[in-house]
Design a protein around this ligand. Structure first.
Ligand SMILES: C[S@@+](CC[C@H](N)C(=O)[O-])C[C@H]1O[C@@H](n2cnc3c(N)ncnc32)[C@H](O)[C@@H]1O
Length: 258
C-alpha cells in the first residue's frame, strides 16, 4: 500500500500524538529532546514532517521551518501553519541545495524505508543539505515495541508470538499490531546507520522511556496524573544502553563535522 493511501484511510495523522498516552509521551519527549539540541533560530528541514505536529511548535519557537513529505494531504495541512513552508517531496531526493539547513529532522522516513540502502540514501541527502556543524535528529521505531505493547495490553496471544519474535530478530515489521509494514531498529543499529552516513558524535536516546506501555494500560484519563513520573523515568534512562530499546521510539542525534 502506498503511503498516501495508508495515511488517507487510517486514523488521522494530525492527532496521532494526542490520542493515546504513548503518543502524548512521544510528543512531549521528542519536543524536549529537540529543544535541548537545536541551536537558536535555526533553518530547519522537517523531512517526513507529516501534518506539521513538530513544525508548528518549532516555528512558534522562532525557527524557520521547511517541511517535506510524500503525502500531499499532510503537506497541505502543514503549509497552513504559521511560519511553516511545505512541499511534496521525498527524503531520498531532496530539492534543496547543498549545505542550506542548520538542522535536518527525519522523524518518519527511516522506519518507512524498509531497505537499508534506501535509509542510507535518505541519510545521505540529510547530510548533503546540512551545513558543516549542523544537527541531524532521526527517529526509529524500537524492535521491542510490539512485545511491550501486547504484553501490557494482554494481547500477546500465541499466534502473535512468532511475528513479535521475528521483528525483534530481523527488524522487518509485518503489520501485526496495526500500522504499515516498516523497518524497526535497535538503538545500536540506528547509531551504526547514522554513523555510516558520515555523521559524527552520534547518540541514540530512548524517547518515551520505560513507562509508556504502563501508561497506555492505565488509559488516557489517568495520563495527567502519571505523566510527570513517566517523563522523569524517560530522562533517567534515555541513554542507558540497558534501557534505551524499551522506548517505543529511538532518536538519533548527530552532528556534521565542521
Ligand atoms: C508517522 S508520520 C510522522 C510525522 C511526524 N514527523 C511526526 O513525528 O509525528 C511519518 C511521515 O513520514 C512520511 N514519509 C515516509 N517516508 C517518506 C519519505 N521517503 N520522504 C518523505 N516523507 C516520508 C510519511 O508520509 C508520514 O507523513
Amino acid at each position: 500500500m502506498d503511503l498516501a493511501t495508508h495515511y488517507g484511510t487510517g486514523p488521522p495523522e494530525h492527532d496521532r500524538l494526542a490520542r493515546t498516552p504513548h503518543g502524548r509521551l512521544e510528543y512531549l519527549r521528542t519536543r524536549a529532546l529537540l529543544r535541548r539540541f537545536l541551536p537558536g533560530r535555526a533553518r530547519v528541514l522537517d523531512a517526513g514532517g507529516g501534518t506539521g505536529v513538530h513544525a508548528a511548535w518549532l516555528a512558534a519557537d522562532g525557527h524557520a521551518v521547511h517541511l517535506v513529505d510524500v503525502v500531499p494531504d499532510h503537506v497541505a495541512q502543514a503549509a497552513a501553519l504559521p511560519g511553516v513552508t511545505a512541499e511534496v517531496g521525498d527524503a531520498r531526493r531532496l530539492g534543496s541545495p547543498d549545505s542550506c539547513f542548520d538542522v535536518v529532522l527525519l522523524l518518519g522516513p527511516l522506519y518507512h524505508l524498509v531497505e537499508g540502502a534506501e535509509r542510507a540514501r535518505a541519510l545521505g541527502e540529510a547530510r548533503r543539505v546540512l551545513r558543516p556543524g549542523g544537527v541531524l535528529a532521526a527517529a526509529g521505531i524500537s524492535r521491542y515495541l510490539s512485545l511491550l505493547e501486547t504484553a501490557a495490553a494482554g494481547t500477546l496471544t500465541s499466534d502473535r508470538a512468532e511475528p513479535v519474535r521475528q521483528v525483534i530478530e530481523t527488524g522487518a515489521y509485518d503489520g501485526h499490531v496495526g500500522f504499515v509494514p516498516t523497518h524497526w531498529h535497535t538503538a545500536a543499529e540506528l547509531r551504526d546507520e547514522v554513523a555510516a552516513a558520515g555523521f559524527a558524535e552520534v547518540d541514540v536516546y530512548g524517547v518515551e522511556g520505560p513507562a509508556w506501555a504502563a501508561l497506555d494500560a492505565a488509559g488516557v484519563e489517568r495520563f495527567d496524573g502519571l505523566v510527570e513520573g513517566a517523563l522523569r523515568a524517560a530522562e533517567i534512562g534515555e541513554r542507558d544502553p540497558r534501557l534505551v530499546d524499551v522506548s517505543a521510539h529511538l532518536l538519533a542525534v548527530a552532528r556534521l563535522a565542521r
